[in-house]
Ligand binder design. Sequence first.
Ligand SMILES: [Fe+2]
Ligand SMILES: [Fe+2]
Length: 304
Amino acid sequence: MVNVSDDAVKGVGKVLNDPNRPMKERFRALFALRNIGGQTAINCINECFTDESVLLKHELAYCLGQMQDKNAIPVLINILEDKNQDPIVRHEAGEALGAIGDTDLQSLLEKYQNDPAVEVAETCQIALQRLKWLKDESINDKSLSKSLYNSIDPAPPSKEVDIEELTKTLLDENKSLFERYRAMFSLRNLQTTESIHALAKGFQASSALFRHEVAFVFGQMQDERSVPALIQTLEDKDEHEMVRHEAAEALGSIGTEDCTKVLKMYLEDPRPVVRESCEVALDMSEYENSPEFQYANTLLTVTS
Ligand SMILES: [Fe+2]
Ligand SMILES: [Fe+2]
């Protein structure tokens, strides 16, 4: 937690909750709140779940999970249980609960592991297996749960490092999503051309949740070698919007000229989640290409 006055935190919260602000500014405010942490930041984030933007709301839930603060649990439970929220938002709430990893959440996650929204059901199945893994693993192996990318992943990387073996597991539709995620994160950590090609094959998986995670992982890697697969995904109008959104954001974090060109083409996409993602992604790529110190610098702008 960063030591910042309550008023300053609330100032950032105002930016987040202001529907008249451009989406990219509200995202910056959200990331600033995530970095500050604490109850006031959680309250400001919670307030925003009444917003119209599915994209913004799913990111609220993601950030609450990454904050690793048990005080966010009641907020996340409300969202997971609220059938009026979009499945993308509920999915992210389920994943965030898994990321916080409190074993008391087991029965709640069990309740939703067969939710009619498949994105939600699959997320809860993975989160349940993560809870079980946290319970079973020795202290040493628990260090695996924090990734090289400073994120808390829905599953730890597999210990396997053979690309062929990992690819087999990644694409095996008979294996659990948790196991296949473990292969995915291990391939990510290898960072070779072969492992990137293997990951791209994951876009053929039947689960949209799985495909969106592949795009997310490419965003973390920020490796130009994944750009063709990401562009293909964003351009596929039949693809689930959650996957196209994640492909857009990954392209933004890679930020080459090819990436920005294609992102600009989808700024008017009929699906709000896709077009808002392109807007935020272009903002991220601007940052990637500028000497600014921190992406989420709203706090500095608000307090100065
Ligand atoms: Fe997600
Ligand atoms: Fe996302």
